[in-house]
Design a protein around this ligand. Sequence first.
Ligand SMILES: Cc1cc2nc3c(=O)[nH]c(=O)nc-3n(C[C@H](O)[C@H](O)[C@H](O)COP(=O)(O)OP(=O)(O)OC[C@H]3O[C@@H](n4cnc5c(N)ncnc54)[C@H](O)[C@@H]3O)c2cc1C
Length: 385
Amino acid sequence: MDNVVILGAGFGGLTLASELNDLAKAGKADVTLVDQNTHFSMGFSMQWVLAGRREAGEGQRPYTALSADHVKFVRDEIITIDTKNSTVQTKKHRILYDYLVIALGAELAPELLPGLAEAGLNLCDMQHVLKLKGAVGSIKSGTIAIIISSTPFKCPPMPYEYAFLIDDILRKRGVRENVRIVLTTPEPQPMPVAGKAVGDALKTMLAEKGIEYLPQHKPKAIDAQDHKVTYENGFELSFDILGAVPPHRAPKVVREAGLADASGFVPVDLYTLKTSVENVYALGDVAALKLPNGNSHPKAGVLAEAQASALARSMIAAIEGGKAIAYDGTGVCYIDAGNEEAAPVEVDLLAPEGPKITLSPPSKEGLETKRRFERERLDRWFGTY
Ligand SMILES: Cc1cc2nc3c(=O)[nH]c(=O)nc-3n(C[C@H](O)[C@H](O)[C@H](O)COP(=O)(O)OP(=O)(O)OC[C@H]3O[C@@H](n4cnc5c(N)ncnc54)[C@H](O)[C@@H]3O)c2cc1C
């Protein structure tokens, strides 16, 4: 019987495990899912904590409650991937595979930007977001800087959402006019993959809220003493609070396995998610996908999910017989716009004429749909609570 081993139980790994469960149930494959964590929670949960919509522990699900009850879950840290011997070594287990799927997400590396770890709050880390919430909740005047350290990073609208949510909190507190919010990015525009029209719409949203926006600003170093960001173009930005999207790269175990390229991520075929090593696949944030136009494919949970779904159907076809399914690059996400509203974004990355991204105006209904998006996935992966 084929042995399918899935590394990482995030958006991608959970989708794949759920969709392969019937295969495991029918005794047609052994499926193992490995993750170091005890619980799953969605990235945007951090933003909901900042916005005061939930507490830090809410929205989590324990891996012991996985709906994929014929998938073996191993809770352990993966320390070696040995593709020559088709083996994965965790701290306590040696796991052999016939098919390996790497869905280990991105490693956050604040240390790659000098001074960041000392002076900045990591916008992708719940403990840091709790500190940010405290700081935004008490600032009376000054500057809040939201910086994007480098590209690529997960969830292209995420830093913009943080800026909108912080704006909202400051308005409710009645201190907005005394606090500057400045968002800087190395990108030429917001969400470049989405094209000029969507970028312009986001710039308008930022301007309407008085959020200063500085594209093409790549930070070089942070001075933790003087509370100042220095950029490669020579610009300097003083701050009172610094929220940062840190540099991203593939996790150490993946880099040490020699699977990452110069981009820092694992190159895969856009349609099949195959790596250069036979029977080894990578998907989601850990993978470096290139769009047909040569641009980088964005990283997002909903796209990791779509990749995993396509791979699941192809694996089922390979094992049971049938036609493989190509990844189609479609999905929907919801930009949290503050004021308890979200703007739906429909994504069709592989449209024949090039990536087609449609942004709808923010609405209360949009945020309600985002709530439903989370509920549906948690129910699918963990059963109803
Ligand atoms: C604030 C924020 C908001 C976001 N909002 C959205 C949104 O609205 N929509 C959207 O689509 N995406 C959103 N994202 C992005 C989304 O969270 C990621 O793109 C998505 O989680 C990627 O899925 P993945 O399966 O590739 O990796 P992940 O979900 O990151 O999962 C990787 C798993 O691998 C495990 N792992 C890593 N290394 C090891 C190891 N050595 N041993 C064992 N286990 C290991 C980790 O514990 C983790 O569980 C957001 C992200 C953030 C930070």
